[in-house]
Write a protein that binds this ligand. Structure first.
Ligand SMILES: Nc1ncnc2c1ncn2[C@@H]1O[C@H](COP(=O)(O)OP(=O)(O)OP(=O)(O)O)[C@@H](O)[C@H]1O
Length: 391
């Protein structure tokens, strides 16, 4: 092991070729040489599903293309990937999606504005109102206190345009890149509307993974600290009894994957009677993980008139279908790529800590290539491994 620290970069690259994405990320803590070799490795293996989804989002392409670019293993494919990512950063996803492809962002955007509903009325409404401070949004005082305590001062573009319509009880579609403040928006929108005198479940937040369920619970809890919100994340379908125990003390908001939430509703450990808001966070990711039908199943168990919020980074055709079937004249907020990037280092780290280990690896790799994230920090199992440790 000691000798392996001093191998030439070419040999390390060859070794990396035989490892999966997570192991590639792990071995880079061996020494600075390994870290450098990993960062400069021309063909990283992106094999895990969450990562594949991330690249699908970044590239706006289907699985096949993603496989091609991520697995080819030669210099050419890395150069192509670099080019695509460069364009993606500059122009947004519409710039790289080929015309007619399944995830053609331009086509989806065009469809979104054209979509008529069954009555012939406009399916979507737009929102031109922009609020450049949280104070001007008419939020409850204790919610504002929660926002300041959370360390956020100015609303991000998605919050400037999307929070007020959501707080008014309207259906909203909020499409913006990852890290643009969508989770905070949906938490604030729900917190503003809850009736804190009752301890019934009034809002469901559906998410694609237990990590995002925990993150949403954390954010909701912090922002709603002064309101006394009771929020509970379902950790996984195998933990239903524990979650049932948590619900017995009363809960305002439940966060979980469609599978878990459906299971709770079916067993009647979660009562649908008082649910008045349902949010699909990372709806595109939920679709790519095969949750579409479970989402429909959940809506079958809820009251017909319910506020629906759909938050996503990309708008695949199946997401369009969901919005059409479940929403009533939604307000659409579209924030273009690059309009907001959290600047503070700790915010980037918080975002990273909510990701799986493989996604963290991808982010660090993207940093090197696209200057999105600073490569000096790598987080392994939630712990920051900084340069000192690497030395
Ligand atoms: N108004 C704001 N100003 C500064 N930072 C913010 C603001 N709103 C949210 N953030 C921070 O930006 C980071 C990303 O926010 P958030 O998780 O809400 O984004 P997101 O769009 O939901 O991302 P993802 O789609 O990956 O879940 C978090 O660390 C959050 O605390």
């Amino acid at each position: 092991m000691e000798q392996s620290r001093y191998l030439p970069e070419g040999i390390i690259h060859r070794i990396l070729r035989f490892l999966g994405a997570t192991d590639q990320a792990r071995v880079c803590v061996l020494s600075k040489d390994w870290l450098h070799a990993w960062q400069t490795y021309p063909a990283p293996t992106f094999s895990d599903q969450p990562l594949r989804c991330l690249f699908q989002q970044a590239l706006g392409r289907g699985d096949e293309e993603c496989e091609k670019y991520c697995r080819q293993g030669d210099e050419d494919s890395a150069a192509t990937l670099d080019k695509l990512l460069e364009i993606a950063m500059e122009k947004g996803m519409a710039g790289i999606a080929p015309v007619g492809s399944q995830l053609d962002a331009r086509e989806c955007d065009a469809k979104m504005t054209e979509l008529p509903n069954a009555d012939g009325e406009d399916f979507l409404t737009s929102n031109d109102e922009v609020y450049d401070s949280f104070e001007s949004m008419g939020l409850q005082e204790n919610l504002l206190r929660g926002i300041y305590a959370y360390g956020v001062e100015k609303p991000s573009p998605v919050q400037q345009r999307g929070l007020v319509p959501f707080c008014k009880g309207l259906d909203v579609i909020q499409q913006a890149q990852s890290g643009s403040g969508k989770t905070a928006t949906l938490c604030l929108g729900i917190l503003q509307q809850l009736d804190y005198n009752a301890v019934d479940c009034q809002a469901l937040v559906l998410v694609p993974s237990p990590e995002l369920a925990r993150k949403t619970e954390r954010v909701m809890h912090s922002l709603g600290n002064y309101l006394g919100v009771k929020v509970c994340a379902c950790e996984g379908c195998d933990r239903v009894p524990e979650d049932q125990g948590n619900f017995s003390h009363g809960v305002h908001v439940v966060v979980g994957s469609p599978d878990c939430v459906f299971d709770m509703l079916r067993r009647q450990s979660l009562r649908p009677d008082y649910v008045k808001t349902v949010v699909l966070n990372q709806a595109d990711e939920m679709i790519s993980r095969g949750f579409k039908n479970k989402i429909y199943d959940i809506f079958q168990l809820l009251a017909p008139k319910i506020q629906v919020g759909v938050f996503l980074a990309t708008m695949p055709p199946e997401a369009l279908e969901i919005t059409r079937k479940l929403m009533n004249k939604p307000v659409r907020i579209l924030v273009k790529l690059g309009e907001f990037t959290p600047e503070r280092e700790e915010m980037k780290l918080e975002t990273l800590s909510g990701l799986s280990q493989t996604d963290e690896a991808a982010m660090c790799w993207l940093d090197k290539r696209c200057r999105l994230w600073k490569p000096k920090n790598i987080i392994t199992k939630g712990k920051l491994v900084n340069k000192k440790i690497l030395d």
